[in-house]
Design a protein around this ligand. Sequence first.
Ligand SMILES: C[S@@+](CC[C@H](N)C(=O)[O-])C[C@H]1O[C@@H](n2cnc3c(N)ncnc32)[C@H](O)[C@@H]1O
Length: 222
Amino acid sequence: MKINARLKAIGDLVETNSCCLDIGCDHALLDIYLVKRKRNIRAIASDIAQGPVEQARNNIKRERLEDEIEVRLGDGLSTYTKEIDTVIISGMGGRNIIGICKAHPKVLKEITTLIISPNNYQQDVKKYLCKNGFYISNEEFVKDNHFIYQIIIFKKGTKKYSKKEYFFGPIFLNKKGPLFREYYEKEKKSQEILLTLLPKNYRYKRYKAKKEIEMIKKEIED
Ligand SMILES: C[S@@+](CC[C@H](N)C(=O)[O-])C[C@H]1O[C@@H](n2cnc3c(N)ncnc32)[C@H](O)[C@@H]1O
């Protein structure tokens, strides 16, 4: 089965010998990719909605992987069980991801690795998880169909981050590279457009947009 560059990049970041829970599995293409790579990975594909769960079951059956991938129906971390060490949440909004983590604080304490790829509000996700028992162990950009996505790996532990590190990502700041520049060039452009649209009396929003533009310019022109 064909997998897109974004899901492949997420799959390639999963460690050998892990037991993964893919929350919001949809079609389960990521889980199929994971177990087919034969790196001793156990996958549990879960989704809140019946439709995706059925689609996942059909795809898994077509690939004859019923013994290797379990499918569970449920909301977020409610499908977690003790054998799972890695939780993957991708292709959802950052606020939904935070909501999923907030709903099960006890489960969050048991997870050792979280692989998260939010569609937006990446900074909020980083802040929430780093204030709740995780640190950022890796960050990757992946370009897929003209969009650039962030993939962030959180591990159990604590580390303090500056505002700048939360904004750009502590690992991204060290690595930089062409996708970093392209991603933040786009961010800068959207803030510049926002500035032209914001009325003069929206002082705080205008101030924030200007600050972000300045901060990005400094980093990408370095
Ligand atoms: C856009 S798809 C993303 C699929 C895949 N993870 C990816 O990255 O391409 C989002 C999926 O998340 C599921 N979903 C949304 N909220 C959820 C929740 N609270 N718990 C479990 N699944 C959820 C939806 O039903 C949908 O199938």
